[in-house]
Write a protein that binds this ligand. Structure first.
Ligand code: AMP
Length: 186
C-alpha cells in the first residue's frame, strides 16, 4: 500500500512545473504530463486503488476539474459511484452551494442535493461514505468548501485525497476530515 521511493519518483517526475502561470510567482503543477504517461498514471491509480479498497466507500467526489479525472478512474476501479463537485452554475438540478475565499474575492462550489442519495444516505439508510479527491491542495479553501458540502447534504466525508500537497501553505489545517497526500511538496 505504501509507495516505494522509486514509484514516488515516477509520479513526481511525470508532473511538469510551469513558472509564473497563471500569474507571476505561482509555480503551476501541470498534471497533463502525468495523464499522458501510462506508466506514471498506472502507478498512481494502482496505489490509490490499493489504499482505498477496504474503506467501504460508496462514492468518490471529484473537485472541478482535475479531480474529475482521477476521481472517475478511481471510482471505476473500486466499483463505486462518482460525483462531480462543480463550480457554480454548471449543475442542472437542485444544488447546495458553498462559498470560499480566494486571494482576491470569492468562488463557489456546488453538488446536486441528491448526489449521494436521498438525504445523503444509501439504500440501507446509513450516511454514504465519500472520498473527496483533487489533484492538489494549496491553501485548502476549495477542499474545505467541498468537504462541507458533503456533510451538508447528509453524507460522510471519510477522507480527502490529493496527488500533491503544497505543505508550506498548511492548507490541511482548517479541514475537519482526514487528509492523505500522495506527494508532499515543501
Ligand atoms: P486551494 O483552494 O488554495 O487549496 O487551491 C486548490 C485548487 O487550485 C485545486 O483545484 C488545484 O487544482 C488548484 N491549484 C492551486 N495551486 C495550484 C498550483 N500551484 N498548481 C496547480 N494547481 C493549483
Amino acid at each position: 500500500m505504501t509507495l516505494s521511493p522509486q514509484e514516488k519518483q515516477t509520479i513526481l517526475k511525470s508532473i511538469r512545473e510551469i513558472p509564473d502561470f497563471p500569474k507571476a510567482g505561482i509555480i503551476f503543477k501541470d498534471i497533463t504530463t502525468l495523464l499522458s504517461d501510462p506508466n506514471a498514471l498506472n502507478t498512481l491509480m494502482s496505489h490509490l486503488q490499493a489504499r482505498y479498497e477496504n474503506y467501504n466507500l460508496d462514492y468518490i467526489a471529484g473537485i472541478d476539474a482535475r479531480g474529475f479525472i482521477f476521481g472517475a478512474i478511481l471510482a471505476d476501479r473500486l466499483g463505486v459511484g462518482f460525483v462531480p463537485v462543480r463550480k457554480k452554475g454548471k449543475l442542472p438540478y437542485t444544488t447546495v452551494a458553498e462559498k470560499y475565499s480566494l486571494e482576491y474575492g470569492f468562488d463557489e462550489v456546488e453538488v446536486h442535493i441528491d448526489a449521494f442519495g436521498e438525504g445523503g444516505c444509501c439504500s440501507s439508510g446509513t450516511p454514504a461514505r465519500v472520498l473527496l479527491i483533487d489533484d492538489l491542495i494549496a491553501t485548502g479553501g476549495t477542499a474545505k468548501a467541498a468537504a462541507n458540502l458533503i456533510d451538508r447534504v447528509g453524507a460522510t466525508c471519510v477522507e480527502a485525497c490529493f496527488i500533491m500537497e503544497l505543505s508550506f501553505l498548511h492548507g490541511k489545517e482548517g479541514i475537519n476530515t482526514p487528509i492523505y497526500s500522495v506527494l508532499e511538496i515543501d
